[in-house]
Ligand binder design. Sequence first.
Ligand code: SF4
Length: 487
Amino acid sequence: MNAFSRRGACPALAAPMQTGDGLLVRLNPVAGGLSPESLIGLAESALRHGNGIMEVTARGSLQIRGLTAESAQLLATEVDALGIAVRTGVPVETGPLAGIDPQEIADPRPPAEQIRTAVEEAGLTQRLGPKVSVIVDGSGQLTMDTLTADVRLAATRTDAGVRWRVAVAGDGQNARPLVTVEDDAARDIAVAVLRMIAEKGREARARDLSERQLAYLAGWHSVAPPSVLPDISPTRGEIAHSRSPSPISMASEGGPAPGLPISPLVGEMSGRTEGGAKELRPIGIFDLAEAGIALGIALPYGSMPADKIIALTQSAITLDTTEIRLAPGRALLFLGQPSSANRALQHTAATLGFVTSPADPRTRIAACPGTPACASGRIATRDIAETIAAENADSLDFTLHVSGCAKGCAHPGSAALTIVGGENGAGLVVNATAKALPAGYRPGYDAARGISRVAALIRSTRYQGETAAACLTRLGPAAIAEAYRQE
Ligand code: SF4
């Protein structure tokens, strides 16, 4: 297994992850959202203890980076003092508008909570790998379709009433459907899937389940669940129920905070999209009927200096925002302010450099921190991305990935075009991941000009009505690489 293929643990507060710019912690508040004051408190902690960069990931987790082992402990203590309870255990995710979206078919929070409880009671958390996750989607305005998960439940209307579609190993489009059942059965099947994964070991995922197991799960609703599942053994008491003490709770109880276990080095930095899901765009205004409106504002490339997050949040407080939710798609949802305040909040956000329109070309670009933030970076990814977004917005109807090195943190999956930093400068990879062999190179400082050459080729050869993405496919890697290399 090489350095690029190793999977890292999720850097929860209790186990920060080693990256190119120090330690990183990733946290998800247990409550649906944060008060604006709490978000400001978190951002101030990030400034005090980290390098001042905050991120919201593709799955809607908050990341604080640039920490040391000591400062990560101080941060954990301050998070606790702010009264922010953070999620631990197997992620069981619901959408950012869960429970307040009038377009939801069903409220996903009760089944999600039942699954969390069942997972804890079964002692599965310690037996499952850190990337195993569950999605419970109420199928409202902001669906979770674009995020991958090992188990996914999606509310659906049937002739018999509201049911849950249960699927495994994928996103809303490519996950393998198992069955559509009532909520109790859906919860039981979800837990059964997790048990089967746990039986295969901590490296296992739902994609590793056998056909026999999947067939059994698909037939669950028509048979009484046996006490021992096929293809898996009974647990024989080997499950460890004990949980390591949280440094946060110990500190709050007045005891010394224990040393933080640091997750192993997994490459140099985590700008990862936690599974390579396609981007969600919870940007703009979402009508929540009685609950008012939610205004979605995204962080460009998922990251912003903490002082800008503080400035935006202070503005939101003056406009009567009462809650801020983290949203998949690298965004923040502002709730509670009157509709009349949205324009002012969007204006402030745009002035600070946030993304306020889903049409913003930066939403089409995935860019890791690159140089100088990451020790492994070979190119200034964010500068390159900003130049391309400013100069070639008309051609960006495809995903462009700008990666500081071949690790490809910001977009582990394949992209139409990837600029990747390496020994030979900025390579251009066509329709593959950052790990693939580039089709052509330019000096790193000059990469944006290479993309301008490709954009010019698209403009000059595109058929009427043809998308830039389709045009790229038609042109093929050789022609694209030749354009990229042109002076
Ligand atoms: S892909 Fe980017 S963030 Fe990840 S290790 Fe390479 S330079 Fe660092």
